[in-house]
Design a protein around this ligand. Structure first.
Ligand SMILES: C[S@@+](CC[C@H](N)C(=O)[O-])C[C@H]1O[C@@H](n2cnc3c(N)ncnc32)[C@H](O)[C@@H]1O
Length: 483
């Protein structure tokens, strides 16, 4: 049954958008209700669309940011340095930010502005747009610990950062609202309790995480040195904003549309011909499903190509000691000369894949081709240090490489064993469709990471096999061909 309130909000938003001076919206597209496949609203082609067609354009005045909201005009001192400070492209709070500074970075600025606009209710000029922003989220921030457990050994569950977000709200956001309550709350409006404010701050923070855009320089004008009114970018720092309509687009790792950042407007353009009935999809970046779930609250089949697995050095180290038969004391002595800073704590296992091309197309082969060079280099550094103390243990390069690939192989196997269910079981559950919602998404994430580990195990095995052909003992190093 059609949800009239949902459809009414969509209609009101579309009419509001079309009435914005300078806004355009192609007659060949429409906003559709895609909730039946858990995708909220999205934009779908209703006719065949040729490549390079402008689908819609958003005048820069319609963006919500420090330049367009009334809040910074009402409390300018608070926003003095607010358009700078956040270089991360992933729309997250700058963890390095000086907590004692009162100037908000671009992330905190947008939280304040969006909170202000929400609190204005009907008085906000963006009211029809605010009405189509989400009320609930599937991002990991909103998962219970039981739901997070379904991610098994994925490193993503340690990156949720709920406490960090709340600390940031309390340190940087709530004091500003308290000091300027008469500005944030319209006359006669009831003040929110701390719990209500916390809830709203989480909603706003998560909306920004999943919806906000980094407002780039005009793409055609990137080389120009002249000051850009829209981007306080003297040091390459980026302002964030909420971009109505651009954020109605859903996304995938194989996009068919792109948002161009022009001087006066942002435009959505088709990257290739889009057949009628096809959803228009933007691109959020080469994110694995774990990261996609954390930031955006969904997973897709195509994003699994970008899955990652974290390999802690502590795990490699324990395997290394075991393989070489060194106890803690002997190992500690051997690596004593290596500076602690020289050793990385964590390595990322990933496939080295190209970004989509200028038509949004991606390679069909997405299997892992190379074992990560950084982890190999670190193991080699440690083996070299051990060799100095124990030359008999690692007499030549052949032996070193045997150790290297044995250590990698065993590390990946142990990392895989940290996930309690086998790949086949996850696959069976996925294909039988017995799960839904968050459980299903968690299953996709952990399955994808296990597949990546299986590829790494195979690669390490191949490397080992290529060192010792046909299981024969290797030749002495002097007889081996030197490169
Ligand atoms: C920028 S918004 C896109 C519009 C959104 N569907 C809506 O109804 O407001 C990003 C959010 O849309 C959803 N989304 C985006 N791409 C999706 C996809 N391919 N499949 C399912 N959900 C998607 C996720 O909930 C994500 O957090």
């Amino acid at each position: 049954m059609a949800d009239t309130s949902f459809d009414d909000k969509t209609r009101a938003f579309l009419s509001w958008f079309k009435a914005l001076p300078g806004a355009t919206f192609q007659p060949a597209i429409e906003i559709q209700d895609l909730r039946s496949r858990n995708a909220g609203r999205g934009i779908v082609a209703t006719q065949d669309i040729p490549e390079d067609t402008v689908l819609f354009s958003i005048p820069r005045d319609a963006i919500i940011n420090v330049l367009t909201s009334d809040l910074p005009k009402k409390i300018p001192a608070v926003f003095e340095e607010s358009t700078t400070g956040l270089e991360d492209a992933d729309n997250e709070a700058d963890e390095e930010a000086d907590e004692t500074s009162t100037a908000p970075d671009s992330w905190v600025s947008l939280i304040l502005i969006l909170l202000y606009e929400f609190l204005q209710g009907d008085k906000s000029k963006w009211k029809p747009y605010l009405d189509v922003l989400p009320q609930s989220f599937d991002t990991l921030m909103f998962w219970s610990s039981k739901e997070l457990d379904e991610l098994q050994a994925s490193a993503i569950s340690a990156k949720v950062g709920r406490d960090e977000a709340e600390n940031m709200f309390r340190a940087r956001v709530f004091p500003v609202i308290e000091q300027h309550a008469h500005i944030f709350y319209p006359e006669g409006a009831a003040r929110l309790t701390e719990d209500e404010l916390l809830l709203l701050a989480h909603k706003v923070g998560s909306t920004i995480m999943a919806y906000a855009f980094d407002l780039e320089k005009d793409e055609e004008d990137e080389e120009a040195e002249e000051e850009d009114e829209w981007v306080e970018d003297k040091e390459g720092k980026i302002m964030m904003g909420m971009v109505p309509m651009a954020d109605i687009l859903n996304a995938d790792a194989k996009p068919n549309a792109h948002i161009n950042h022009g001087e006066d407007a942002l435009t959505a353009t088709s990257l290739r011909p889009i057949p009628a009935g096809t959803e228009i999809l933007n691109y959020y970046g080469p994110l694995g499903n774990g990261e996609l779930l954390r930031r955006y609250g969904y997973v897709t089949e195509t994003h699994s190509r970008h899955d990652v697995v974290e390999i802690p050095w502590s795990l490699v180290e324990s395997v290394l000691k075991d393989v070489l038969g060194l106890d803690d004391a002997a190992y500690g002595k051997a690596i004593n000369d290596i500076e602690e800073e020289e050793l990385d704590d964590t390595f990322i296992l990933e496939r080295d894949l190209e970004e989509p091309d200028d038509k949004g197309e991606i390679s069909t082969d997405a299997t892992m081709k190379h074992l990560p060079a950084d982890i190999q280099e670190q193991i080699a550094t440690v083996l070299k240090a051990i060799r100095k103390q124990h030359p008999d243990l690692i007499p030549d390069k052949q032996k070193r490489d045997e150790f290297l690939f044995t250590i990698l192989h065993r590390t990946f196997e142990l990392r895989l064993a940290q996930y309690p269910t086998p790949i086949a079981e996850d696959e069976a559950t996925l294909t039988s469709n017995v799960l839904s919602g968050r459980q299903q998404m968690a299953n996709v994430v952990r399955w994808g990471e296990k597949v990546l580990l299986r590829e790494a195990i195979r690669l390490a095995q191949q490397k080992k096999d290529s060192l010792v052909p046909n299981g024969q003992k290797s030749e002495p190093s002097s007889k081996r061909q030197r490169r």
